[in-house]
Structure formats: structure tokens, C-alpha cells
Design a protein around this ligand. Structure first.
Ligand code: ADP
Length: 466
């Protein structure tokens, strides 16, 4: 069984969120069961000189315009990744957009990527292409349109990002006008790339069982709930995992001090060093941390509304987040006003994020919706207790009662009252050392690997083939 996994970002090459982590850890776990290779765009900020040029090159015709494509490759952690090199993909500074917004030609950029993936799939004789999110969503359509003997699995990591473009986009990416219909790509007078993944794939997954149900409702369906109900027979929710070798407090080079559940005193060394690094005093106070894209989904409106009450508690708070400039402007005055709040917003910083996971006592995750969420798993692995809103994958992975992995503090709804209530429960728990340490040890010994879920994906792959 030959699988080609495609995504717009894959760790460690390019990452803006959980998709990149999954692109690495799922593929690595699947490698134990199937022949799998991955493919992603070669962006301008990536070190091309570190990749090997292959002899695979072709041109792609999108709406009568020809684009030259060359494939590069690299082996990392036992996985071969191909990189699609084309001026359109590498010309930009970022993956998807800059401070002014999304790049205007993202439709052509990612249609080109999809066309290149389909070409590569034929060259390497892939049996299945596993495509992810809207950037790869044209793959199932192109495979079906060309009547190829390739099966496609499409995974939705976040339904809110759909790749919506003006009607003339169809012609720009070389698709026939017949796709401009409600049961194809048309979406309220525009063109919706994600619909292609949902409609034309042979199997459909999303990243947690609860999110699979939620996206069929008006509240979480982002306008696609009807379509998802229609295709629910081929939809499965499979919970993500993490690569426990990338996120391992026992040998993480980014940490000030490595530790395990048996040497928790060393976790405290990390807290000491981080507080010094960011200029926070009061080591005895509980340290709350949050590491997130700065977007509405992650509960920033709720957080901002609750900040005065939250920061008036005897706590410290470190927030590592970047994204929406408006939120940045709203949060910065709080960092000026409160000495117990540090807002780190100077871009994406993987090593710093690891140090923060290791230093925190509690990780805050008041997401309004959360397809799966990896932060809570990473935090638990580093002995930082998650505080989550009971939604999507958070509902499937964090429990305040019972004996299931993992233990945390759960907000039943996303309101200021429940957020402050959760913070107060955390402060009380912090005062009970024995209970807190029992919880931390339990969490650190949970299995967050992708092994179980990779088996479910593998089963799905097998079902697709004759
Ligand atoms: P999403 O994919 O919605 O962003 P996830 O919880 O699935 O959320 O994954 C987020 C990943 O991105 C985690 O690995 C988290 O540590 C990381 N992350 C988010 N923001 C930053 C940042 N500013 N710096 C470093 N890592 C970050």
C-alpha cells in the first residue's frame, strides 16, 4: 500500500499550528504500517539548499497558463518528504498571508500545489492520497475528474478555514464552469475549495469524534453543516496524538532543565528560569500559561473580558501568541497595567513554547471551538495541568472527574464566570500539593502518541482499496 500524504505545512519544515504537527507525527506513526511519503510546498523561507533536487519536473496547466514545477526531497525521522518548488509558492514571505491579509492569489498558489500533488501521486504510483484542509482540497476533485485509479482520503483539521474565492477563481485555476453548482464548489455565490475535499473524497475524517458530530450542527458547521450531514456516512472522527519524542521533557534540548514525573523538582527549575527570563516575580504563585495563535477561535475575546478579574488573583500569567493585530492592540495595555502578566507576541517561537510548557503550572485553553487541540496534550506531557472549555477534541481528551486520560479543569461553557471559576479551582488545587502532584504524574504517564489513531487511519486506508 503506497500512500502520499499532502499538507500545506509539515513540521519541522513549516508550521503555523497543529496541522504541521499532525503532518509529522501521524505520518511517522503510519510509517510502521504502510509505505507513506509526504509532500508540501517549498516556501521561500525554507532552506532549499538543504533539500535534494529530484529529477521530477513538469509543467502544470491552470486555465491556459503553464507553471513550471520541480520536486525536491528530504529524509527526516525516517520519512521522505517531497517539496513542490514553483515561483508562485516560494515568492511570498509567509505561507498564507501577511499583516495585510491572505495573499490574493492563494487560489492559484494552492490549486497549483494540488495539481502537482496529483501529478506526483501518479509518478510514485500512490494507491491513496491523504489530503488535508482547504489548501489540498482540490486533490480529490482532480483525481476524480481525471478518472485516476487513486483513492483519496480528506481530513478536516479546522472547518472554519474553507478557501473561499470569487466566482472567476474557477477559470483562474482551470476548472470548468460546471463546478459552479450547489452540489459542487458553489457557496453563496462564491467558490469554496473545502467543498471539493468533502464531496469528491472517498473517505472523510476530522480530528476528534466530538468535532465530527459538532460540524454537522449549525453552531459549529460554518455553513457546511448540511453538506456534512449529507456525507456523514463517509465521515469519521479520529483523535490526534503528538510525537512523544518531539515533546519529551526528559530530553528536550530547549528546556532549562529536563525532568520526568519522578523528578518534578526539576520542573520547578524551569519555572524559576522562565520567570527570570521574562521578568516575573513571585515563584510561589501559580503560573498560568497560554500558547496559541492569536485568533477568535482560541477564546481571546473571553480572555480579554476576564483579564481584570483573572489578573487580580494571586497568579502569574505568560501568554505566547501571535496573529491578529487587533487582539495584540487590546492585550498590550494589560501587560503594561499588570506586573503579573507577560505577553510575548514577537512571532512564532518553537523553543520558547517548549520552555513555557515546561514552566507552567496550568495551561489555559478557553477555545470557543477546538477541532482537536494539541496544546492540552503537550501541556499534560510536560506536567502542566490543562484548563479547557469542554468542546470538540478538548471534550474527548480532558476530564475533571473519573480516571480517563488526561486530568484537568473543565469549563462547561465559555463565559467569564466559568473561566474565573476554573481559575479559582486551579488556585485551590495549586495549594494542595499532594493532589496536584498526583494529577501531574498521572498526566505525564498518559499515552498521547499517535499509535492508536494511526491504526484507525490505517484501517480506513485498507477499506478504500480493493
Ligand atoms: P491550532 O492548530 O488550532 O493552532 P493546536 O492546539 O492543534 O492548535 O496546535 C497548536 C500548535 O502550535 C502547538 O504545537 C502549539 O504549541 C503551537 N503554537 C501556537 N502558537 C505558537 C507560538 N506563538 N509559538 C510557538 N508555538 C506555537
Amino acid at each position: 500500500m503506497q500512500i502520499l500524504f499532502c499538507a500545506s505545512e509539515i513540521y519541522p519544515y513549516a508550521k503555523s499550528g497543529g496541522l504541521a504537527d499532525v503532518g509529522h507525527s501521524l505520518v511517522k506513526a503510519l510509517g510502521k504500517h504502510a509505505e507513506i511519503q509526504s509532500v508540501m510546498p517549498l516556501y521561500g523561507f525554507m532552506p532549499k539548499e538543504e533539500f535534494e533536487k529530484t529529477d521530477i519536473a513538469f509543467s502544470v496547466n491552470l486555465g491556459g497558463v503553464f507553471y513550471e514545477v520541480t520536486l525536491y526531497e528530504k529524509l527526516h525521522d525516517g520519512i521522505k518528504t517531497y517539496f513542490v518548488d514553483a515561483p508562485l509558492l516560494s515568492a511570498t514571505e509567509e505561507m498564507y498571508g501577511d499583516t495585510k491579509g491572505d495573499y490574493a492569489n492563494n487560489d492559484i498558489r494552492f490549486a497549483l500545489f494540488c495539481a502537482a500533488v496529483v501529478e506526483l501521486a501518479q509518478i510514485i504510483h500512490a494507491d491513496i492520497v491523504h489530503a488535508n484542509d482547504w489548501h489540498s482540497a482540490l486533490v480529490p476533485l482532480l483525481v476524480r475528474r481525471a478518472k485516476l485509479k487513486i483513492k483519496t482520503l480528506f481530513s478536516i483539521h479546522n472547518l472554519a478555514y474553507q478557501g473561499i474565492f470569487e466566482r472567476d477563481s474557477l477559470a483562474r485555476v482551470g476548472l470548468e464552469e460546471s463546478y459552479f453548482q450547489m452540489d459542487a464548489l458553489e457557496f453563496y455565490g462564491k467558490v469554496n475549495f473545502l467543498k471539493a475535499g468533502i464531496i469528491y473524497s472517498d473517505a472523510l475524517t476530522t480530528v476528534s469524534p466530538t468535532y465530527a458530530k459538532e460540524i454537522q450542527t449549525k453552531e459549529f458547521g460554518c455553513g457546511l453543516e448540511g453538506l456534512l450531514q449529507l456525507y456523514k456516512a463517509k465521515l469519521t472522527g479520529i483523535l490526534n496524538g503528538i510525537d512523544e519524542t518531539v515533546f519529551n521533557p526528559q530530553n528536550d534540548a530547549a528546556l532549562y532543565s529536563c525532568y520526568s514525573s519522578d523528578t518534578l523538582a526539576k520542573k520547578y527549575e524551569n519555572k524559576k528560569a522562565l520567570q527570570k527570563e521574562v521578568g516575573l516575580s513571585g515563584l510561589k504563585k501559580p503560573l498560568f500559561v497560554m500558547i496559541s495563535r492569536l485568533v477568535h477561535q482560541k477564546g481571546f475575546d473571553l480572555l480579554i473580558k476576564s483579564l481584570d478579574a483573572f489578573l487580580s488573583e494571586d497568579v502569574n500569567f505568560v501568554l505566547l501568541a501571535n496573529g491578529d493585530e487587533e487582539y495584540k492592540k487590546m492585550l498590550l495595555p494589560y501587560a503594561k497595567k499588570y506586573k503579573n502578566f507577560k505577553f510575548l507576541c514577537n512571532g512564532y517561537d518553537e523553543a520558547l513554547s517548549h520552555r513555557i510548557y515546561a514552566s507552567g503550572d496550568f495551561l489555559l485553553m478557553p477555545s470557543l471551538y477546538e477541532p482537536c487541540g494539541l496544546n492540552q496534550m503537550i501541556a499534560a506531557r510536560y506536567g502542566t495541568i490543562p484548563i479547557v472549555h469542554r468542546v470538540g477534541g478538548l471534550k474527548d481528551s480532558v476530564y475533571e472527574r473519573g480516571n480517563k486520560c488526561m486530568h484537568g479543569i473543565v469549563m462547561r461553557e465559555a463565559t467569564k464566570k466559568t473561566l474565573i471559576g476554573a481559575v479559582k479551582r486551579a488556585v485551590t488545587l495549586y495549594g494542595n500539593n499532594a493532589k496536584k502532584e498526583e494529577m501531574i504524574s498521572f498526566n505525564m504517564n498518559c499515552d498521547f502518541s499517535f499509535d492508536k489513531s494511526a491504526l484507525l487511519y490505517h484501517k480506513l486506508y485498507k477499506r478504500l482499496l480493493p
